[in-house]
Design a protein around this ligand. Structure first.
Ligand SMILES: *Cc1c(COP(=O)(O)O)cnc(C)c1O
Length: 375
């Protein structure tokens, strides 16, 4: 038995997602980049590079990872504010750089052009299409992300000349109707600038590989920008690349007596706070693939072995009693999971396995050293 907890990434499920994305590339001629902040499992970058055009980075380290592990692919970078100390290396390894503000463009734009990069500016179309997740809404009032039209208009012609493309990122787990709404806002506000650009980047948050996603509408949006303005179109999904392609396996450490609220507390050897922080941050309840659950009669609240009262993964209704030593498998654990783990309370980091055609291959194991070295 493999000691738990551990992540499993299923290469076949990942490849099935990549085929869906490749279909969009082949039918429209757009380019699709992996947003590495969501999924940076570089053992699978060669597979990803067979289907997608490259990757995008949130900073120097992710850009380096793309440079090293997807060496022939496009390497884009965006940051709300770059550091001078990183700039030489970024300009050496990236081919596209997107600035967040006219000030950042003035600071680094000319150097980027001289180094041969294409330069973009992130815009804020001030068009919120999501409710409930304010921390994931870059168009929320007061947002620091993206240049608003009022600021954009004040740029000098010299600043404008530095810009090859516009970038917006406003969606999170959304369908293409919200993209269409956003694109209308972009055209209404920035339409007069679009024809002088080479490309537009629609950002991420497109849940393209979800079964109810309207891919035809996405493709209409892409074609419209290509035909109306002569633009190349990029999209840079994270979640859609690895959606439902991973699992987190753990074991039950203790089953407490049924609690005063009629729910049984079950302590497992994984932690929401340490191994799936989005469960608490977002928040959401991850699906359990096994044992079977849904509307069973055994209500269990699964929590981690940390000090945090709120280290709760969720309440589940199992079809059978849960016992010490039982294995529990959480689904959809490839995205925003491994990239966000931490060792709070001295929790061990889950190992990472990759499953190729049903065969489990160990990729990474972590121990006490990772805890100690990160303090
Ligand atoms: C987070 C992010 C992405 C990827 O978003 P997903 O929701 O994972 O698709 C792409 N671009 C930018 C600028 C981002 O901040």
């Amino acid at each position: 038995m493999i000691s738990s907890p551990y992540f499993v990434i299923d290469a076949d499920l990942l490849e099935a997602n990549l085929k869906v994305l490749r279909g969009v590339i082949d039918r429209t001629g757009c380019k699709i980049l992996l947003a590495q902040k969501c999924f940076s499992c570089y053992a699978l970058y060669p597979l990803i590079a067979r289907y997608l055009n490259g990757a995008t980075a949130s900073g120097l380290y992710e850009a380096r990872l793309c440079h090293e592990e997807m060496p022939d692919a496009e390497n884009h970078i965006f940051s709300p504010a770059f550091q001078e100390a990183d700039m030489d290396e970024i300009l050496r390894i990236c081919d596209h750089i997107v600035f967040n503000s006219p000030r950042q463009l003035s600071l680094y734009g000319e150097r980027a052009k001289a180094a041969g990069l294409e330069v973009g500016l992130r815009i804020n179309p001030e068009c919120s299409t999501q409710e409930g997740h304010a921390i994931y809404d870059p168009c929320a009032p007061g947002s620091r992300l993206g240049t608003r039209l009022s600021e954009f208009r004040q740029m000098t012609s010299h600043q404008l000349e530095l810009i090859d493309g516009l970038h917006f990122h406003t969606l999170c787990e959304q369908n293409s109707d919200d993209l269409e709404t956003t694109l209308n806002a972009v055209e209404e506000q920035f339409g007069s600038y679009l024809s002088r650009m080479k490309w537009i980047n629609f950002g991420g948050g497109h849940h393209i590989t979800r079964s109810d996603y309207d891919i035809e509408r996405l493709e209409r949006c892409i074609r419209h920008m290509q035909e109306q303005y002569g633009l190349s179109v990029y999209i840079e999904p994270g979640e859609a690349v690895a959606l439902n392609a991973g699992e987190l396996h753990c074991h039950v450490l203790e089953v407490q007596p049924k609690g005063d609220d009629g729910v049984t507390n079950v302590i497992v050897d994984t932690s929401a706070a340490c191994h799936m922080p989005d469960v608490i941050e977002m928040p959401y309840t991850p699906p359990i693939l096994s044992p079977s659950n849904g509307d069973g009669q055994y209500a269990c609240r699964l929590g981690g072995p940390t000090c945090l009262s709120g280290d709760i993964i969720g309440t589940y209704h199992f079809d059978q009693l849960i016992h010490e030593g039982d294995e529990i498998v959480f689904g959809d654990m490839a995205i925003y999971s491994m990239v966000k783990t931490n060792t709070f309370n001295g929790m061990p980091l889950p190992a990472i396995y990759i499953r190729y055609s049903g065969e489990m291959t160990p990729w990474k194991r972590f121990g006490y050293e990772e805890f100690k070295s990160r303090i």
